[in-house]
Design a binder for this molecule. Structure first.
Ligand code: B12
Ligand code: SF4
Ligand code: SF4
Length: 352
């Protein structure tokens, strides 16, 4: 296929709203099987059992769809206007990670991927086949993104781009069209270790490796049931996801604010009041987080997270919220409420 189609594709991706568009072959990531099996054998996936399923596809995208000839890798910036770590000092407020402060990116990126896929079919004829993926499929998005040259897997394990820093989502279009490929990106971390040092829970056993069981993003979003008591104090006021390792990366200084307004923070989600969040019942939770990725974790897990933050706040004015939830019908919520009250009183008595 012609280089002309490729350059039209890149222009179309940009017109649709993507910031990066590059191409690799489906078999361009031979290192993934060893990395994935090391991660799984060490148990670093915790309760994310789905990562240990369909590993033949997650390890080798060429087997996911053998007819595919090219993988178009797309990057979409969500660089915030504000410093996401500012809220950590506001102990009566909760910290929600940047990607979740407004609309769910899965919906936005998927629509754009489908538009690009339709455009490709229109250019190349009905014989062209496409499949689009963002996040939820067994596709090793970061290694494929590096192979196509979107960025490199930094020591925090996510892709870093020289232009977009750490703040971008990844999507892919697998296609039967044989497109010219781009060069892979090289590692530009050098001796930097800012992300490793910034992690509040020491979740990196080594550079480029993460133990998700210690990661606040995993603990607040994926982990069900009570969180290990030793980790709760380290979570601070982070109630959904975590950005500390991303925010620490010096490459972010080249990132410009995202042009997609639906990623910029809702006013009521930049520093929401813990007292108000703890009061949400099921119906109010679903209304408040309509269209947000946070809705997916449900009221109980969310309120559990809010209670850990209340426990860490050192603010006795929040004690009545925890007291009220000690009788909650959900056992994980009532456990979190008891823990929060004890921690508040321990801190007040100088015992923590
Ligand atoms: C599972 C998952 C998580 C888990 C596990 C995180 C992880 N790093 O794997 C949890 C819940 C913790 C998580 C958190 C976050 N996630 Co997430 N997550 C995923 C998901 C669904 C799968 C990732 C995966 O396959 N992990 C398994 C491990 C084994 O894969 P890996 O990280 O590529 O690991 C490789 C290296 O460790 C390497 N390796 C192993 N040993 C060694 C040794 C050396 C020396 C080297 C060089 C390499 C190496 O081999 C492995 C295989 O290639 C992807 C979407 C997708 N389908 O890919 C999104 C994805 C990675 N997440 C994303 C985001 C945005 C986040 C958060 C920032 C959200 C937040 N703010 O809370 C955090 C960041 C935390 C972090 N530092 O990673 C984005 C990242 C975008 C980007 N620019 O890279 C993705 C791509 C979703 C998307 N479509 O945009 N996530
Ligand atoms: S997201 Fe937060 S807890 Fe997870 S590895 Fe990064 S800094 Fe550590
Ligand atoms: S903070 Fe430093 S080590 Fe971490 S990803 Fe960025 S450049 Fe690499």
């Amino acid at each position: 296929m012609s280089a002309e189609l490729k350059s039209q594709l890149v222009a179309e991706a940009e017109a649709i709203g993507f910031d990066l568009c590059r191409v690799c072959r489906p078999d361009a990531v031979p290192q993934v099987p060893a990395g994935l099996s090391g991660f799984l054998e060490a148990g670093h996936h915790g309760q994310m059992g789905w990562l240990a399923e369909r590993t033949h596809w997650r390890s080798d995208p060429a087997t996911l769809w053998p007819e595919a000839r090219s993988v178009i890798m797309l990057g979409e910036s969500y660089t915030p206007k504000h410093d996401p770590c500012d809220v950590h000092g506001m102990t009566d407020r909760g910290a929600i990670s940047v990607y979740a402060q407004n609309r769910d990116y899965h919906d936005i990126v998927k629509k754009r991927l489908k538009r690009l896929a339709r455009w490709l079919i229109a250019q190349t004829g009905d014989v062209t086949q496409v499949k689009v993926f963002v996040d939820t499929a067994p596709v090793p998005e970061k290694p494929l993104g590096q192979a196509a040259g979107l960025g490199w897997q930094g020591k925090h394990t996510n892709l870093v781009s020289r232009d977009l820093g750490s703040w971008f989502f990844i999507g892919s279009v697998f296609t039967t069209v044989d497109l010219p490929v781009d060069a892979a990106e090289q590692d530009h971390c050098g001796r930097c270790r800012a992300c490793l040092d910034a992690c509040p829970t020491d979740a990196f056993p080594a550079p480029n490796q993460i133990d998700a069981r210690r990661c606040i993003s995993y603990l607040t979003i994926e982990h069900h049931g009570p969180v290990d008591e030793a980790l709760r104090p380290l979570m601070g006021n982070r109630i959904y996801g975590c950005d500390d390792c991303l925010a620490a990366c010096p490459w972010n200084k080249f990132a410009v604010e995202a042009s997609e307004m639906r990623y910029h923070a809702r006013d009521d989600l930049t520093a929401p009041k813990l007292a108000e969040l703890a009061a949400l019942d099921d119906a109010a939770f679903r209304t408040f987080f309509s269209g947000s990725p946070i809705k997916r974790i449900g009221r109980n897990r969310f309120v559990r997270n809010v209670l850990y933050a209340i426990g860490n706040s050192g603010d006795m004015a929040l004690a009545p919220q925890a007291e009220r939830l000690m009788q909650d019908a959900d056992e994980t919520v009532s456990d979190a409420a008891r823990w929060a009250l004890k921690r508040l009183s321990d801190v007040a008595n100088g015992q923590a």
